[in-house]
Design a binder for this molecule. Sequence first.
Ligand code: URA
Length: 221
Amino acid sequence: MEALINKNVTVLNHPLIKHNLSIIRDKNSDTEKFKNALKRITYALMYEATSSLPTQKITVETPLMETTCEVFDKEAQYIIAPILRAGLIFCEIAQELLPFANVHHIGMYRDEKTLEPVWYYDKRKEIKKDKSKVFVLILDPMLATGNSAVDCIKNFISKGVLEENIIFMSLISSPEGIEKVTSNFKNVKIITSALDEKLNSKGYILPGLGDAGDRIFNTVD
Ligand code: URA
C-alpha cells in the first residue's frame, strides 16, 4: 500500500485513499462528505502509523485449543497527541484503535504573519517510565511549513520521549514540511496520505484542501 520516500517517510498510495482524497480536496464537498472521507483515510493511516509499535506474545484459548497471539506491549505507554484543532479529526479513530493510549492535546495556532506556532495548551508532564517504552503519535492533518510539527516534536523530546519513538501522522504534506521535519530529526517517522506540490506565500499547501480546521468544523466564511 505504501510508497516509501526514505526510511522515515511513508506516503500511502492506494486507490481507496486517492478516491477519498478527491472528495476531501473538492471545495464543493460539504462538511459531512469531507469528514466521512477523512475518517475512511484515517483508518488506513492508523494501520501504517501503528505498524512499528511493540507487541508481546500472549496465550489465548480458542474453543478448540491453546494458541499464541500477539497484543500491544502491556508495559509500553502509548500517547496520542492531536494538535488542536484540526488534529481532533484523527483522534476518535486513533482512540478506537488504541483504546489504552493516553490522549495529550497540544494547543497551538499559527501566527498568520510569522507562520510560527503559538502555544496555548500543554498539560504534558515529564516522562517517568522507561523511555524506551514510551511511544508518541502526533496527529495533524496538514504538515505545511513544518513549524508546528518541529515545535511539538521538540517539546516531546524535552519531556523525555525518544526521537525514534515519535510518529507524525498527516493527511497532506508539503515538500517543505517534510524537509523541515526530516532535517531537524533523523529518526522521527512521518506517515502521510499525500505529498503535494508546494506552499503558497501564506503557508497553505497547494493544491491542498484549504483550511483543514475550517472545513472540519464548518467555519468557512
Ligand atoms: N493548515 C491548513 O489547514 N491548511 C493548509 O494548507 C496549511 C496549513
